[in-house]
Write a protein that binds this ligand. Sequence first.
Ligand code: 5GP
Length: 237
Amino acid sequence: MKILDELYSGKAKSVFKTDDQDRLVLRFRDDTSAFDGEKKASLARKGAVNNKFNAFIMSKLEQAGIATHFEKLLSDNESLVKRLDMIPVECVVRNIAAGSICRRLGVKEGLDLNPPTFEFFLKNDALHDPMINDYHIRAFGWANEQEVAAMKEVTFRVNDVLKKLFRDAGLLLVDYKLEFGRYHGKVVLGDEFTPDGCRLWDAETREKLDKDRFRQNLGGVIEAYEEVARRLGVKLT
Ligand code: 5GP
């Protein structure tokens, strides 16, 4: 398989075409950003840590019967994935209140959410990823009714699998964001699952071990990602 020209460059990953029309290469860079790209930095080792973390989680999800775009690790920073026709919405499930839900609804960080909540956001930095609902998605043609139902159902199934996986490693899965795409007509999990797109707290101390360390200038960002990886048994070298 040959890596061809860059198709797209995001805030933390670059996407390359390959000589297989159905496959892309994701290159995880050391770049990180927050607040719709307003705060940026480069963090040594981040690309490699996130690439391997993502491979580990996507493989666990596949083992649980969830269809993902992940195919295999190619190098420290690169993975081979199926080429999806991406749906421009973010699916967020929350088990514990943190982040934007606290600002929007005036609830205290740390509140248990029972049942877990589900939210859709439009993937659009210029509009600051506004919250949307099923009707917006269908009315604007971003996805159809069956696809909306599939995204919700799979996002909750991911919660069942990952809440337990993290809990067994002494971590609370506070919330996470997923993105989906179409592959030959089927809705498939795409993008990535890394501490960049979820919140993970130590189960005992509730110490933050995710991208909030970067957003809130807490320091030790990559050290926290590596600690999570170590607890899960992700091979980093
Ligand atoms: P919130 O709505 O509280 O900002 O985010 C909820 C969850 O989704 C958090 O785990 C956050 O990291 C993730 N998330 C929301 N929007 C984005 C985004 O644009 N990029 C990334 N990487 N994660 C996001």
